[in-house]
Ligand binder design. Structure first.
Ligand code: BGC
Length: 728
């Protein structure tokens, strides 16, 4: 982390009164702390979130300001970003997010969200990156670097094991220490260490009985003592439940969802407790130091302010970069007989069926909602790209009932009335059942008719932010709105139909996956998502996205559900341990719909000439493993391939997954050309966390290095032998 002049902190500390210090460590607005104008200490202004800067709210209530000056660029979700497997894309996207947040006058952007995708059902999966810690580590660091280049703080969230929305404020999580260290911590360590994130957010849920946002284990022992973090730790909004615990933990700032700021746990109750000697003032001083240090890092204090970088939002350059990222995020899951791309020259009419063709997604999802300057739907994108002469017919295909307006704002509601909201939604749906049935039949027969009479059909299905949403998990992995039936009936009359799924988490596909010749997948890909998709379908862009999570065939296969617990109230136990995602599916030979790392291209790549150089002598207490391969584009169009390295520990003293991702590179190659790819691994790629030694250990022995195009498409492999033991 950037060093600051600590004497400046002490100078301010000596002038601050206890009351002023208290003002600085809790929300004095829904998205800002209190400042101390007397000493030139400004408030810290914050905003969500991962996909752009959120709209403005009133200072003390969830009323939208409603002006037109808070429209922003809508960025690809972290799910989309992770699917690019491009560190450069992460960096570029971060730069945009940071510039937009600074442009809107913020100091902290409450992003990125990097919780591990443990179950397909987690309502917030779309905000997160991957099931794999290594991929998260590699993507989060450049993303944060990009954000913070603008003199703005990232706030990586939510520490830790925040993997379900059900009972989100209270659920107590039990996960063994090895799993915490191997699966759930690495992304956060990379964010703080390599990414140098100026702030971090604690989670809502509990871990080992303690609320994460005030946990002594997490925030003091791990974050402060072990990781040596000296930036600012922010609670999730309403994540604090006790004055003493919060004050004495490594937490610095309490934020919440109500307008009675002086009643927050770290406001008047804390002031009182310090005054009567129950809590030591030095607990507060630590927090103030961390906050002032963060402000110094952001050039927020004194004369530094003159040098603080300014931002901008909605710039044309941002939109171009967002388009580029969206293009690389789209994943071609299946393409039998080169069904895609569509040939523009021979296209006379095109039918787009399914409401995800025209629906806009920016405005939903919870705190990740975006008031987008614009959002190009797939239908609009297709028309923009086709040029005007090719008629595009559209049918809704499935019925989406309108939502019931709720009295309370979503944010408050999701904390205070989670169950009541769910029940109300259920009753409302029940009431609409008959009407839905009738509308559904009408739309279905119209869609089937259109599919029958049109040669080229694109079926746009998937989820929306009524399902991919904060505060609620999905009940199952099924497509809502009777879409399986729609897909099956359309495929029955037009077997050439191309299926495109727009969603934020995996859906069950088994009733139609074998019948569809081509399937493409788009996560919520930002304001240019529809244009990017059209370019991919028309072959102007060669798809290069790869799955950052496994798509299981059915929910029961998911390790969180089969071995562990998910969605419980009260307590969840992660019995699956380190066997998350492909670590489980591949180790236990479970048939999956599409494996981790999978994604097709309009060209083909050949892998050859694997050479591995092992050097155990020239570095002290580390190993150098140089992997070299040649990748050749054997097709007729230029394209990009993500070369993935998986490592297998052939004999270990503990149970280890059959392989783990340890390195990757994305290469862009012209047709007929080849590229030599070098990937280096060090000891950190071979160890496991030894709970007795309290450190990662590499046991000497054989390790298989697999060079792959997905976790199940291993192209080349070799075994190396490490002769020494390493710890880290
Ligand atoms: C979410 C956070 C978000 C915060 C502020 C909470 O409900 O969990 O991710 O940053 O609200 O809106």
């Amino acid at each position: 982390m950037k060093k600051v002049d600590e004497t400046r902190i002490e100078e301010l500390m000596s002038q601050l009164t206890l009351e002023e210090k208290i003002d600085m460590i809790h929300g004095a607005g829904l998205f800002e702390t209190g400042g101390v104008p007397r000493l030139g200490i400004p408030p810290l202004k914050m905003s969500d979130g991962p996909m752009g800067v959120r709209k403005e709210f009133a200072r003390d209530s969830w009323i939208n300001i409603g002006t037109t000056d808070d429209y922003v660029s809508y960025l690809p979700s972290n799910s989309a970003l992770a699917s690019t497997w491009s560190r450069d894309m992460a960096y570029q996207t971060g730069k945009i997010l940071g510039a937009e947040a600074r442009g809107r006058g913020k100091d902290v952007i409450l992003a990125p969200g990097i919780n591990i995708k443990r179950s397909p059902l987690c309502g917030r999966n779309f905000e997160y990156m991957s099931e794999d810690p290594r991929l998260v580590e590699e993507m989060v660091a450049p993303l944060i670097k990009g954000i913070q280049e603008n003199d703005l703080a990232a706030c990586v969230k939510h520490l830790a094991v925040n993997n379900q929305e059900t009972d989100r404020l209270a659920v107590d999580t039990y996960v063994d220490e090895r799993t915490l260290r191997e699966i759930y911590f690495p992304g956060f360590i990379a964010a703080l260490d390599k990414g140098e994130s100026h702030t971090i957010m604690g989670a809502y849920n509990r871990l080992y009985g303690e609320h994460c946002s005030q946990s002594r284990y997490l925030l003091t022992k791990i974050v402060r003592d072990e990781w040596g973090y000296d930036g600012a730790v922010v609670s999730d909004w309403g994540g604090v439940h006790d004055t003493k615990e919060a004050a004495e933990s490594g937490l610095d700032i309490e934020m919440s969802v109500t307008g009675d700021f002086n009643n927050y746990y770290m406001a008047n109750p804390l002031l009182k407790a310090v005054r009567n000697g129950e809590i030591k003032e030095e607990c507060i001083d630590k927090k103030i130091r961390n906050i002032l240090r963060t402000m110094l890092r952001l050039n927020m204090l004194g004369e530094d302010r003159k040098n603080r970088k300014v931002g901008t939002y909605n710039s044309p350059a941002h939109r171009e970069a967002i388009l580029a990222c969206a293009e690389e995020s789209i994943i071609l899951l299946k393409n039998e007989n080169n069904r895609l791309p569509l040939k523009k020259d021979s296209l006379d009419t095109l039918a787009i069926i399914g409401q995800n063709g025209e629906r806009l997604h920016a405005g939903g999802g919870g705190s990740a909602e975006i008031k987008a300057l614009y959002e190009i739907s797939p239908l609009l994108g297709m028309k923009m790209e086709l040029g005007g002469d090719i008629p595009v017919k559209y049918a809704k295909g499935y019925y989406v009932p309108s939502k019931k307006e709720r009295k309370l704002n979503w944010q408050q509601d999701s904390l205070e009335n989670q169950e009541a909201a769910k029940e109300e939604a259920r009753l409302y749906a029940e009431k609409l059942k008959e009407e839905i049935k009738i509308r559904q039949e009408e739309l279905l027969s119209e869609a089937v008719q259109l599919a029958r009479e049109t040669k080229e059909v694109i079926l746009m299905v998937g989820l929306d932010h009524d399902h991919d949403i904060e505060g609620r998990d999905r009940n199952d992995m099924k497509l809502p709105y009777d879409q399986d039936r729609l897909i099956n009936e359309v495929l029955a009359v037009n077997p050439n139909t191309i299926v495109v799924v727009v969603a934020g988490s995996p859906v069950e596909m088994n009733s139609w996956v074998d019948n569809a010749k081509a399937i493409a997948w788009s996560y919520y890909a930002g304001m240019e998502g529809g244009r990017a998709l059209a370019k991919v379908l028309l072959g102007d862009v060669n798809p290069s996205g790869k799955l950052a999570e496994t798509f299981p065939k059915k929910l029961d296969d998911s390790p969180a559900h089969k071995l562990g617990e998910f969605g419980n109230y009260g307590k969840v136990t992660y019995n699956e341990g380190v066997y998350v995602g492909y670590r489980y599916y591949d180790s236990y030979d479970i048939d999956v719909e599409f494996p981790f790392g999978h994604g097709l291209s309009y060209t083909t790549f050949e892998y050859s000439d694997l050479v591995i150089k092992l050097d155990e002598t020239s570095m002290e207490d580390d190993v150098n493993v140089g992997i070299r391969i040649t990748i050749r584009n054997t097709g007729t169009v230029s394209g990009a391939e993500v070369v993935q390295i998986y490592v297998t520990d052939k004999e270990a003293s503990v149970s280890r997954p059959v392989h783990e991702l340890k390195g990757f590179t994305k290469v862009y190659i012209e047709p007929g050309k080849e590229q030599v790819v070098d990937i280096k691994l060090h000891k950190g790629s071979f160890g496991f966390y030894d709970i007795n030694k309290h450190s990662f250990v590499v046991e000497p022995g054989d390790f298989k290095i697999q060079v792959s195009s997905s976790s199940r498409d291993i192209r080349l492999s070799k075994t190396i032998r490490l002769n020494k033991e390493y710890t880290y």
